[in-house]
Design a binder for this molecule. Structure first.
Ligand code: IPE
Ligand code: IPE
Ligand code: MG
Length: 247
């Protein structure tokens, strides 16, 4: 039985989030520049998107550029931005053909104008697609997300649209950039680092983590299957006892 057949189609995560890490180390191992690692990561992105859509995952969120990544050398940042533009330009038709909708989360106003334009167009072209939503986290951080949510909520309270005493977890979530999406059930991180790196802090409250030592450019469909199979073997207790879960 191949790995894909071992995935239980009846127990799929609706939302998978991925911290795509290790491009720089991958390039270094090959004696190349960091940007070579980023370029080589496109295949891994394509494979992961395809595999998730084929399985029937509803949301796939990829951490592509964090708020903190702006502090990298200017040359690396601009190369990443150019790569983003050229990849979106190349891949939008395929996304559309595969009925995949593109969305972004993050402070996208801080991206270069060319990136914003390319993203706007791709989001518009794919907006009615229904098979899967691919969410790119760009200039994203969990603290940014919670802060912008608090700011917009405070404005609504000031306007009298919302009463402070009515704020609940459910109503607060509607101000987060992920409003309307289920929380990720599974988080995959490559390159072995055991940290969240300011990703979806609120949304990962009860997410199952799958960390692999594989560097992101080497990630393929079978590795996503492995992550999902591992997820399907976990007991998700949400604070209850094991006994309580047996119906
Ligand atoms: C992930 O790979 C890509 C981005 C953060 C943009 P890295 O560039 O972080 O690669 P490492 O972690 O230095 O190997
Ligand atoms: C996390 O990777 C951000 C992305 C994958 C976009 P980093 O490489 O920036 O994380 P740290 O600095 O190792 O925590
Ligand atoms: Mg890294």
């Amino acid at each position: 039985m191949n790995l894909r057949e071992k995935v239980d189609a009846g127990n799929l995560p609706r939302h998978i989030a991925v911290i795509m890490d290790g491009n720089g180390r991958w390039a270094k191992q090959k004696g190349g520049l960091r940007i070579f690692g980023h370029q080589s990561a496109i295949t891994a992105v394509r494979e992961t998107v395809e595999a998730a859509a084929e399985l029937g995952v509803e949301y796939l969120t990829l951490y592509a550029f964090s708020t903190e990544n702006w502090s990298r050398p200017a040359l690396e940042v601009s190369a990443l931005m150019q790569l983003l533009v050229s990849t979106i330009r190349k891949e939008t038709a395929t996304l559309n053909k595969n009925n995949i909708r593109l969305q972004t989360i993050g402070d996208t106003n801080s991206l270069p104008a060319s990136c914003q334009k390319e993203l706007r167009e791709a989001i518009e072209i794919t907006k009615d697609n229904t098979r899967m939503t691919l969410v790119l986290a760009l200039s994203y951080s969990g603290r940014w997300d919670i802060t912008q949510a608090a700011q917009r909520l405070a404005m609504d309270v000031a306007k009298g649209v919302v009463a402070a005493s009515d704020v609940t977890e459910k109503s607060f979530e509607q101000y987060l950039s992920t409003a309307g999406m289920p929380d990720p059930e599974l988080l995959v991180r490559t390159s072995g680092e055991q940290r969240i790196s300011n990703f979806l802090l609120w949304q990962l409250a009860y997410t199952e983590f799958y960390i692999t030592d594989l560097l992101w450019p080497d990630f393929r469909k079978e590795h996503l299957y492995e992550a999902i199979i591992s997820f399907q073997q976990r007991e998700r207790r949400f604070g209850k006892t094991s006994e309580q879960l047996i119906k």
